[in-house]
Design a protein around this ligand. Structure first.
Ligand code: SAH
Length: 465
């Protein structure tokens, strides 16, 4: 992030704008709406500004601009059509350490005035950091259509009701349940249609319901969620919803920042990752941690790369929960095989090339691959190998020794679906050499379908650029 978005309390605070034209009027409009005490310094004002001045909503001084004009001002904006005036303002403001913004001169800006979607008290500010003003405007227009005008009423209602909820529901996690149901249900609908009284009655009932429900069951629950192979866009809606609900999240190495940042920001984060050959947190400990947190009454999110039931040991984790009678949900994710296959343009099955597909792990219980070679070497079958990178030479060796064609097409997909995805293809016998230096996570796909990659690949991550 190049900038830190903040919403400042500016009511009654002095703001100076240099300039009396369109650019100044746009800035003044925003500041007048935020109830700043606006002073415009310009020889003349355009119509919009003259109206605001005649209504007493801003003060007009004709200038010329001097350092004295900035006395007591908290921010200054240079929107004059005369660059010399703007530079002068920048100099005075900088000397007085007053944050300053000069229109269309990003290098002279201490802050940015964003495009604003006003659903007061709800505000959405959009900025591209000065890089793409048009994109900012397009996004603002989208938000304008996406967010009903009545959202402001909803936010105001929530603000008025806040103390009542805080007093009635002392536990933060329980309050969250209340707000989730308020914002996404009949109460919001009533407010949108202007039925404030009904909304208030429903909110009271909801409070009572939630008190009752939470008296019944104090135990927490666990969400075992597949987060997909890397691209955050591949998360399911249900995964997203549970990521917002959780009190605590346990995640491992395969979960990138792009996904982790989508978890509710107040949720506690616990890393339980394993590095290859370096088992940081033993599986039993993870399972026990899940049990303990749930018994403390927490909503525990167990985020897993790919799909939890695909080489994810998800089964073991929920067995421990089931044994303790702890409620859980399992949410499927896009597994590495389908994610990598799609993003590499390698259909796993195809009428002309493969009628079956097998998924195997290259990492046996004691590390060495422990595979049923004959079963893998079948015509018209695609073989997908998870965790096969480290043992790739011995896997290929095993396949060739048991009769696999040396020239069968094979691929290694490194960092599939991520920006740095890399796809290496070649004959099976050459794959270990071609894949030298490749890093984890990487998936191996073997079979005639790999030939389709050359025509069907569409995804260009950074690595391809
Ligand atoms: N449950 C996961 C698999 C976990 S095992 C799933 O359903 O995808 C870890 C292995 O998955 C890695 O060694 C690698 O073979 C594969 N993998 C996971 N994410 C990957 C990615 N983005 N690109 C390539 N392979 C990946």
């Amino acid at each position: 992030m190049n900038n830190l978005p903040l919403f400042f309390a500016m009511k009654g605070r002095r703001v100076v704008i240099a300039g009396g034209g369109v650019a100044a009027a746009r800035k003044a409009d925003l500041m007048v709406r935020a109830e700043c005490a606006v002073t415009i310094i310009a020889p003349t004002l355009n119509t919009d500004l003259s109206i605001l001045a005649s209504e007493g909503r801003l003060v007009h001084e004709t200038g010329p601009l001097t350092a004295v004009n900035l006395a007591g001002c908290v921010i200054a904006v240079g929107a004059s059509e005369d660059p010399a005036v703007n530079e002068q303002l920048h100099k005075f403001a900088t000397e007085e350490r007053i944050p300053v913004n000069i229109v269309d001169r990003p290098e002279l800006c201490d802050f940015i005035l964003p495009a604003v979607v006003d659903r007061s008290p709800l505000l959405i500010a959009v900025s591209s950091g000065g890089t793409a003003p048009l994109l900012t405007r397009i996004l603002k227009a989208r938000f304008e259509t996406l967010i009903p005008a009545a959202y402001g009423r909803l936010a105001k209602f929530a603000g008025d009701y806040r103390n009542r909820v805080r007093d009635t529901l002392p536990r933060a996690a329980v309050r969250l349940q209340f707000w989730e149901r308020l914002f996404d249900g009949p109460i919001a609908e009533q407010l949108f249609s202007g039925q404030d009284e009904q909304a208030r009655a429903l909110a009271e009932k909801l409070l009572q319901d939630i008190i009752f429900e939470n008296r019944k069951g104090q135990s927490g629950e666990v969400y075992l969620v597949g987060a997909g192979p890397g691209d955050p866009d591949l998360l399911t809606f249900r995964a997203m919803r549970l990521m917002q609900k959780a009190d605590v999240v346990l995640y491992d190495r395969l979960i990138g920042d792009g996904i982790l940042n989508l978890v509710h920001r107040d949720a506690e984060r616990i890393y339980v990752g394993k590095l290859p050959q370096d088992h940081v947190v033993p599986q039993e400990d993870i399972s026990q941690l899940l049990v303990r947190l749930a018994l403390e009454g927490k909503r525990v999110l167990r985020l897993k790369g790919g799909d939890p039931f695909m080489f994810g040991r998800g089964g073991e984790e929920i067995q421990a929960l089931a044994a303790q009678g702890i409620p859980f949900q399992v949410i499927p994710g896009v597994t590495a095989a389908t994610g990598c296959a799609s993003y590499a343009g390698i259909p796993l099955t195809h009428r002309d090339h493969a009628q079956s597909c097998v998924f195997v792990t290259g990492h046996g219980k004691d590390g060495e691959p422990d595979l049923n070679w004959e079963h893998l070497i079948q015509p018209r079958q695609t073989v997908v190998i998870y965790m096969g990178l480290m043992q790739l030479p011995s896997i290929v060796d095993g396949l060739l020794t048991h009769g696999a064609r040396a020239d069968i097409p094979a691929a290694l997909v490194e960092n599939g679906t991520r920006e740095d995805q890399r796809v290496i293809t070649g004959a099976l016998k050459d794959l270990p050499r071609l894949a030298e230096g490749a890093t984890s996570p990487a998936l191996v796909i073997i079979g005639d379908v790999v030939t389709l990659h050359k025509d069907l690949s569409w995804f260009e991550g950074d690595a391809a650029a």
